[in-house]
Ligand binder design. Structure first.
Ligand SMILES: *Cc1c(COP(=O)(O)O)cnc(C)c1O
Length: 489
């Protein structure tokens, strides 16, 4: 069911309204000659980024504030965003498919209504430590559109949302064990930074996490219904929750096979465990306003959200059944709190972004560009690398450098793998993290990614992160991107 499009009106997005008057399109220290971005411009000058990175290395670990940004040999530093593009400190212009790693559904220029609402909130003061109307408005918006969400608690990041959701599930069920999928990512938190053998107690995947914490977490391979059944048969009554992304967005966007999410729903229900969908990435991106759970028709008990619902500002949220969410303090005994929780600026940006998406053709636009891009990539691969796999849906996409493929490509999924059992590629399409690990991840990261960057296309920097199309992207951007893929593959 697709009910989110309400007619085209995106003229305000095309105006350069978001540029402060004192910020000229090209930074003052640059001549227009260095403004690049068209394809086939290898070895762009990134001297200023290099110098900034040199300075950054002296004062920040690895020169960055989040490890994924430390691309080799050094990252470009962003001067500013412009619609679907970012412009770096040396004036190079890139078509941006990183989009802040997911939050920027509308691209870099906030539409007029979003921008004025944020500015007006800013003028009234950034935050108060007392409730504000926007918290009620955004809560009402989310509960109206997302099937599983009857009540919601706002926090400040996806990490905070998943760690609070796990605590809530443990508090509600009185059980300690949680189940996560190998290759799923739930933020930089103690319970989920784990690795280990499927179905067994895990060990920490980071230093600084006591092994005793990780022992409470059990991992499963995504899309393996039998492994899930076996685990629940053996230890179902110890399991507080299954926490999973509905699509493995942090593992190259592996989609669920038919019936898998249904199996998780049944098993958790039968054993008194909670099913938690981590929709931090997919929320208000896949399936439009109903999120991925609406698209797949599975209603979890709890849902974690972040990214898009903050409109580019820090945010997180735990939503779900009222009787569970009410276990949070002050109504319940699961403590959860935050100085910045429900931050008026983030919630205003999020609310106005979602209202804008509800009133305009945002989801139709990004889905149709996504289809165009994935179909174009499928064609290119048929020619150049038939063993590779195109994945993604709606505004997410990735090419997985799988090593094996069928000889016969007749009848394959036209615009990205949908795990269709009738597709000749079905048995070759990645189903879990192990499959993605076996792909040519080094070639992707060391050769392909820099080649795309040199052609003015900014992709997420490894084989595992998803990529995002925004409302600001155009058909022309997609055409240009396909040309770059042709060249780089
Ligand atoms: C990004 C992400 C997180 C972590 O969110 P942060 O805001 O970075 O803490 C958690 N879960 C998923 C599925 C994500 O994509």
């Amino acid at each position: 069911m697709e009910t989110y499009s309400m007619g085209p009106d995106r003229t305000d997005l095309l105006l350069p309204h978001s540029l402060p008057p004192d910020l000229s399109p090209v930074p003052a220290h640059l001549s227009t000659q260095t403004l690049r971005g068209s394809p086939n411009r290898p070895n762009m000058n990134r001297e200023r980024s290099r110098n900034l990175y040199d300075r950054a290395l002296s004062v920040t670990p690895g020169g960055v504030n989040s490890p994924v940004r430390a691309v080799r040999p050094y990252p470009f530093f962003v001067e500013r965003g412009d619609g679907a593009h970012v412009i770096d400190a040396d004036g190079n212009k890139y078509i941006d498919y990183v989009m802040g790693y997911g939050p920027l559904l509308l691209g870099h220029d906030l539409p007029q209504p979003v921008q004025s609402a944020v500015q007006s909130q800013l003028a009234d003061g950034p935050m108060y430590g007392a409730p504000t109307e926007v918290e009620v408005e955004l809560a009402e918006f989310v509960t109206r559109h997302v099937p599983s969400v009857e009540m919601i608690r706002f926090v400040n990041s996806g990490t905070e949302a998943t760690s609070s959701a796990v605590r809530l599930a443990r508090g509600y069920t009185g059980r300690d064990k949680i189940v996560v999928m190998q290759g799923s990512y739930h933020g930089a938190q103690e319970s989920t930074l784990v690795q280990g053998t499927a179905g067994m107690a895990s060990e920490p995947s980071s230093n600084g996490i006591p092994p005793a914490f990780a022992e409470e977490t059990i991992t499963l391979p995504f899309n393996d219904a039998d492994a899930a059944r076996e685990l629940f048969e053996e230890r179902g009554d110890e399991i507080a929750c299954v926490l999973t992304e509905p699509i493995l967005g942090n593992c190259a966007s592996v989609p669920p096979v038919d019936g898998y999410l249904e199996t998780l729903r049944e098993l958790t229900e039968d054993h008194g465990s909670l099913l938690i969908f981590d929709e931090v990435m997919t929320g208000f991106r896949i399936g439009g306003l109903q999120c991925a759970q609406g698209k797949f028709g599975i209603t979890p008990d709890l849902t974690t959200l972040a990214k898009v619902i903050g409109g580019g500002f820090p945010v997180g949220a735990i939503g779900g059944r009222a009787d569970i969410i009410e276990q949070f303090a002050p109504t319940g005994d699961v403590f959860q709190a935050g100085t910045y929780s429900g931050h008026p600026l983030s919630l205003t940006a999020g609310l106005e972004t979602l209202r804008y998406a509800a009133k305009n053709d945002v989801y139709d636009h990004v889905r149709s560009l996504g289809d165009q891009l994935r179909a174009g990539l499928t064609d290119i691969l048929e020619d150049r690398a038939p063993e590779y796999t195109v994945v993604g849906t709606d505004s997410m996409f990735k090419v997985i450098f799988t090593r094996d493929g069928p000889r016969d490509l007749e009848g394959q999924c036209a615009a990205g793998c949908s795990q269709d059992p009738d597709c000749p590629r079905f048995e070759y399409c990645p189903k879990d993290k192990g499959d993605v690990n076996r792909a040519e991840t080094e070639r992707w990261e060391r050769l392909f990614w820099p080649a795309m960057l040199d052609q003015g296309v900014f992709l997420t920097a490894n084989q595992f992160e998803s990529q995002f199309i925004s409302y600001a992207h155009t058909e022309e951007d997609i055409e240009q991107t396909l040309e770059a893929y042709k060249d780089a593959l």
